[in-house]
Design a protein around this ligand. Structure first.
Ligand code: HEM
Length: 154
């Protein structure tokens, strides 16, 4: 069960990244190019929201099913001193949560605002911040001390 969820979590990262990059580019182009807010904008943003929230649910499942949460509560000092443990028990969780909250706020604001240009602006700013946080907290293979994970899990 844990292994299966880990595979999905690992591959879904690419779906999240592709959709989020497209949604962010679309928002910047709409803002700077003064374009109308269309059904395509709404759809892409919605699909991105769904993929990110699915990733959040899978992440929580991994967090509580794996050793991360129990180690953090039973052995806090060791976890905080060990980079590989601290990364998944604290850093990955925290920064991904920030990213998902920022994205969700941006999605909601863009939906609520009435002027098209303001909708694009809200989406562009919030989605960019979310994208930077996600890129910064993915366990890329080049990360050292046992943190890095493969780009494609087979
Ligand atoms: C958009 C958000 C997220 C992305 C793109 C993402 C991406 C990743 C990637 C690529 C891995 C490595 C998987 C592998 O071994 O190949 C990973 C591992 C992990 N993620 Fe996330 N993650 C996200 C959000 C979260 C959240 C919110 C949580 C916790 C609530 C979380 C918890 C974990 C845990 C615990 C692992 C390690 C699993 C293990 O090795 O047991 N992730 N994540």
């Amino acid at each position: 069960m844990h292994t299966g969820i880990l595979y999905v979590h690992s591959w879904l990262r690419w779906v999240v990244l592709v959709l989020l990059v497209l949604a962010t580019v679309q928002a910047w182009m709409g803002w700077k190019g003064n374009k109308p807010w269309t059904a395509t904008h709404k759809k892409l943003n919605l699909f991105t929201l769904i993929s990110i929230h699915t990733q959040l649910l899978l992440g929580f499942a991994l967090y509580f099913m794996g050793p991360w949460f129990s180690q953090l509560t039973s052995n806090t000092k060791v976890v905080m001193k060990t980079r590989a443990l601290r990364y998944f028990a604290v850093e990955h969780l925290f920064l991904m949560l920030v990213a998902i909250i920022v994205f969700t706020i941006g999605y909601g604001r863009a939906k609520r605002l009435t002027e098209d240009n303001k909708k694009h602006k809200a989406a562009a700013i919030f989605f960019t911040i979310a994208l930077v946080c996600i890129l910064a907290s993915i366990p890329w293979p080049f990360l050292k001390n046992g943190v890095g994970r493969a780009l494609f899990k087979f």
